[in-house]
Design a protein around this ligand. Sequence first.
Ligand code: HEC
Length: 202
Amino acid sequence: MNPKTFLPSLIAVLLACGMLSTLWIAGKLEPANSKETPSTAAEEPAAPEELAAAPGVGKAPKVTTEGKDDLAHGKEVYKKANCAGCHKWHGGGGGSYGGAALSLRETILNQEQIVEVIACGRPGTGMPAFHRQAYKGYDCFGMTWDELGEDKPPKPPKRLRIPDIESVAAYIVEKIKGKGDMTKAQCVDFWGEGARECGRFE
Ligand code: HEC
C-alpha cells in the first residue's frame, strides 16, 4: 500500500471498528436497561405500633448490640418510648402522671434486671410493661396476665421489641445509672447543643 494512503485508511478502519463496537455494546446493554425495576409494592407491611415503624423513621433502625451506635439507639428509644415522661431526661424520676418514678440514676438493678422491668413493667406500680407479649407468652416473673388481677401494669406509651429494650437498658447503665448529679454536659448529650432545656445550667 502507498504510505500516503495507508495512514488515512488505518484511521478509517479504526473509526469503523469503534463505531461498530459502540453499536454492539449499546445493543447488548439496551435490554438490561429497559427492564423494569421490580415494583416496591411487595414490601413488608409496616407495623404502625412498633417503635421501628414510628413516623419519620420509615425503615427499622439498625440495631447493634454493642458500641456507640447502640447507645445512640438506646437514647432514641428512651425518647420515643417516653421514658422521660416519667423518669425525666436525666432519669432522676420524681412525681408525674405515672406516680413517683424511681430514680434510674440511683437504681441498684443490673442490666438484665432493667431489661426485665422494662419488658414486664412492675406490677402494682405505674411502671408500664413495654413488651407486647408480657405475661402473655413472654415470661414475666412466672405470672400470667390474669393472675396480676388489680396489679396489672399500665399500657405503655409505645410497645418495644427486645432489641430496643436491650438498647435502652444499656443506655441507662452507661449514661444514667450511678452518674450522681446531672451536669450540663449530660444535658447537652441528651438534647443537643443549644437546647433550651439546658439553659438552667448556665
Ligand atoms: C407512666 C410512667 C412511666 C413510664 C412511661 C416509664 N416508667 Fe419506668 N417506672 C415508673 C415508675 C412509677 C417506677 C417505679 C416502680 C416502683 O415503685 O417500684 C418505674 C421504675 C422503673 C425502673 C426500675 C428502677 C428500680 O431501681 O427499681 C426502671 C429500670 C424503669 N422504670 C425504666 C423505664 C424505662 C427504660 C422506660 C421507657 C422505656 C420507663 N421506665 C417508662 C414509671 C414509668
